[in-house]
Design a protein around this ligand. Sequence first.
Ligand SMILES: [Zn+2]
Length: 216
Amino acid sequence: MAPIARWDREEWMWTMRNVVAILAAVLFASILSGVQVFREAALGRNGFSASDAVRLLGYGTALILIWITAWRAAAQIPATGAVPRLLHEGIPPVVTLLVLSGAYGLIHSFLTDRAVLVVSWVFVLLLLATAVWLGLVLYTNAEALVLGAAAIERRISEALKRRAHACAKCGEPNSEEAKYCTSCGTSLTQSAGSRDDRVPAMTEKKRPPTDATRAA
Ligand SMILES: [Zn+2]
């Protein structure tokens, strides 16, 4: 499988800076919105306080940063193979779904009843459009999903095969070709030989009755 992206420290350093900025925004919002003076500083007559404004600003900034970071990271993943292309094209719709859901949860307490009716429908349409976009990406990248599933299946069957060739003495899983245990050095050919012997022995046992029935 082609490498998903060259993990060059310089090339991806900006993601760490963005993650720090996102955490800082969330932290400031959660700390300041809990401070008494912010909760008691009323804004207008709607029952909102400076605390709500700080929360909207901090979490809103974090959501926007998450969205920008994901888009930039997706753009930086070269669409050279099937799986990298799936990430390159699939990350933007996935993060858009998450950010849209988060954004609605954030703003809905600030909306009047009439505004909720309009804004909720706008978000429903946006979410449906994003879901269709994600569906199209998955459809056009079905090859990558199949390749990914095949790679996982191959890895599992290899692990099972190694377990089937486990050392009789110490239990260490070994590859089919191994003659000696990689852990304790015990010869593995003896157990493999006896297993090979069993197969012809069974077919030989089965053969005489068939001959006998044919003769009779
Ligand atoms: Zn062993």
